[in-house]
Write a protein that binds this ligand. Sequence first.
Ligand SMILES: Nc1nc2c(c(=O)[nH]1)N(C=O)[C@@H](CNc1ccc(C(=O)N[C@@H](CCC(=O)O)C(=O)O)cc1)CN2
Ligand SMILES: Nc1nc2c(ncn2[C@@H]2O[C@H](COP(=O)(O)OP(=O)(O)OP(=O)(O)O)[C@@H](O)[C@H]2O)c(=O)[nH]1
Ligand SMILES: [Mg+2]
Length: 428
Amino acid sequence: MDTIFALATAQGKAGVAVIRLSGSLSHKAAEILTGSPVPDRGMVLRTLRDSKGLRLDDGVVLSFRGPASFTGEDVVEFQIHGSLATTEAVLRCLGQYDGLRLAEPGEFTRRALENGKLDLAQVEGLADLIDAETEAQRKQAQAVLSGALGQLAESWRRKLIRAAALLEAVIDFADEEVPTDVSPEVRDLLTSVRGQLQREISGVRIAERIRTGFEVAIIGPPNAGKSTLLNALAGREAALTSEIAGTTRDVIEVRMDLGGLPVTLLDTAGLRDTGDVVEGMGIALARRRAEAADLRVFLTDDPLATGIEIRESDIHVLPKADQRKTPDGAISGVTGQGIDQLVDRIAAVLKTRSASAGIATRERHRAAMMVASDALMRAEGILESGPDLYDIASEELRTAIRALESLVGRIDVENLLDEIFASFCLGK
Ligand SMILES: Nc1nc2c(c(=O)[nH]1)N(C=O)[C@@H](CNc1ccc(C(=O)N[C@@H](CCC(=O)O)C(=O)O)cc1)CN2
Ligand SMILES: Nc1nc2c(ncn2[C@@H]2O[C@H](COP(=O)(O)OP(=O)(O)OP(=O)(O)O)[C@@H](O)[C@H]2O)c(=O)[nH]1
Ligand SMILES: [Mg+2]
């Protein structure tokens, strides 16, 4: 196994940069680079020098002896001054050592997975944690990274193994007098696991929104002040505004942190009948995006006139509060009136929805849990027919157990790994 190295911190200027090595040559490489042996495990301050003995930088050296490290292998980290030139020079020097090569994206984490330091769900949690931009995303990713999904899957798996063992006992003693009827206990186990699976399955959709962001579309007639509102919410001039009706044609997207939740705000073309072909294309696009959005903010006096079907949680605000005699329920992107309340209302709706998120966060998790749940449902049905069909029920339990094992990457995931690790940053 090669010893790999990479910049673990982001590329570019920074106070400190971390270069990480993993593999059996890590400590040896650190010894060559710093001129004397580094501890098995610990921290030292050293001068790093190139092959000619010329000084590269002063750095803190952290060393870990496998298996007690992030990857499970020997690991060494150099914490050096975070300039492009310093990191380049140290990386170039490491690249000249025999047996060392630059890591591929996600390769450190891949080794942690292969060495049993993380399960597959934890790897996904780690990827999400690195991508996290808001508090809700951070919390969700931390839960997965901590191994919560793996633990849940393991508790289900144990129950199903117990259920399968009960059935097997009956199958093995088929010709003899069976002392007890196992079916009530088996049924209880299956019902309990299936109930928890259903809860987790139904939480995945919303957990995915937390992971990738909620779409909130601002819709209404031309000139209502949609783009002005978007700019006020974004705190910058993200969209063009003008007194001419039909200014916005493309959908303008702005990513925001709304009360800890990730939101993509969509500014859309004003909805009206038009003879202008290009404006008509913009309006059709606006309708499509509004339909698909998680939440819509109607900025209009007459929501029905938009022709968009109103959903219960949609928000309705009246335009141009500053020009009204009674500004109740109205908003103004120009004066800022009602903006804070609108943000609170959007955040409140999305927070309520977020509460139903479980621990599972991905379509991959949902698909595996569906396979398990479906198999358990079939097993429950088969149990009704009595001991003669217990072998078939037992087979269904094995299907469910395998699906749960794939959740944490025990089996059946080789083909998934490349895809998951391709999305990792270099150095992770
Ligand atoms: N400098 C540095 N900071 C970092 C990381 C890192 O790799 N390097 N991490 C990287 O993601 C995160 C911390 N995660 C880590 C996870 C496990 C081990 C580790 O050495 N585990 C050993 C020993 C445990 C112990 O001593 O208690 C083990 O699990 O056996 C280190 C970091 C965030 N901060
Ligand atoms: N008085 C007042 N004028 C506003 C307000 N919001 C927007 N305007 C003005 O109304 C005009 C239209 O604003 P936009 O934000 O471009 O309207 P829009 O809804 O995006 O319009 P389209 O892109 O054409 O659909 C501009 O001249 C804005 O300055 C407001 O709250 N009060
Ligand atoms: Mg506009």
